[in-house]
Design a protein around this ligand. Structure first.
Ligand code: HEC
Ligand code: HEC
Length: 208
């Protein structure tokens, strides 16, 4: 499946240009990425990421907050116990790079920067909000339902607190996952309440 000759030619060219100080960012092989996507991912994630049974990877608000590094970590780690396999030992490094570049290539808008560090909130308050606002789709204690499992180590180990919070702020428009930050009275949540929910979700992380 790999186009080895073409790849090594590109690599040699990159090395040559690097030597004369003109190193361009190593171009990923998008054709190979597309091939990998269609062979390994499309059955669940659908053509161009538009979803079938798994999340929509072409969603603009997903791609804008998901760096190539995070996307790769999500793919490599998978979601143990859920349909999403861990691809770490199943794809070669180059194939993984091409795949990530191919999926990132669907992004329409600019990258949305995330803050760093832990988010503190009240776990009990977060639990109460989760039961009424999230569990209907994400399952009791985030075990998954019509929506992804949030208590899953594959999710918790790669998704930072700011990433989870940003997901709640912007949602995934076009899917069942709406934006929750907004004016009170419309079943929206305040910034502080979002922090509580993030703290509750993080409380499922067994590594802590
Ligand atoms: C057997 C079905 C299946 C296959 C094959 C599969 N996935 Fe998934 N994937 C899922 C499901 C289902 C989820 C959501 C996890 C959950 O429901 O808890 C998911 C989640 C993800 C996520 C996280 C999405 C988000 O919203 O945060 C990424 C990224 C992803 N998959 C990428 C891929 C890539 C790339 C491939 C191919 C190498 C792939 N998946 C193959 C079923 C699959
Ligand atoms: C009406 C159903 C619904 C409700 C209610 C809902 N979600 Fe979601 N959520 C989804 C779906 C569906 C997705 C996957 C989006 C996709 O298919 O692309 C998702 C995705 C997510 C993700 C990204 C998961 C991943 O695998 O990367 C997080 C985090 C999340 N939701 C948190 C929450 C929280 C917290 C609440 C409550 C405040 C909530 N959601 C309420 C349906 C819902």
């Amino acid at each position: 499946m790999r186009k080895r000759t073409k790849r090594s030619l590109v690599v040699s060219l990159g090395v040559l240009l690097g030597l004369v100080g003109l190193a361009p960012a190593m171009a990923a092989d998008l054709e190979a990425g597309k091939e990998a996507y269609e062979s390994y991912c499309a059955a669940c994630h659908g053509e161009n990421g538009r979803h079938l049974t798994a999340p929509d990877l072409a969603n603009p608000d997903f791609l804008s907050i998901t760096s190539p590094q995070l996307l790769r970590a999500m793919i490599e780690t998978g979601r143990p116990g859920r349909p999403m396999p861990a691809w770490k030992d199943m794809l070669e490094d180059e194939e993984m790079q091409d795949l990530v570049a191919y999926i990132k290539g669907w992004q329409k808008g600019p990258d949305v920067p995330l803050s760093k560090g832990k988010i503190t909130g009240n776990v009990k308050a977060g639990a109460a909000i989760f039961v009424t606002t999230c569990a209907g789709c994400h399952g009791t204690q985030g075990a998954g339902g019509s929506a992804p499992a949030l208590n899953n180590p594959g999710f918790l180990h790669v998704a930072s607190d700011p990433y989870i919070k940003k997901t709640l702020e912007v949602g995934r428009p076009g899917t069942a996952m709406r934006s929750f930050l907004g004016a009170p009275g419309l079943a929206n949540l305040s910034d502080q309440e979002l922090n509580h929910v993030v703290a509750y979700i993080r409380s499922w992380d067994k590594r802590r």
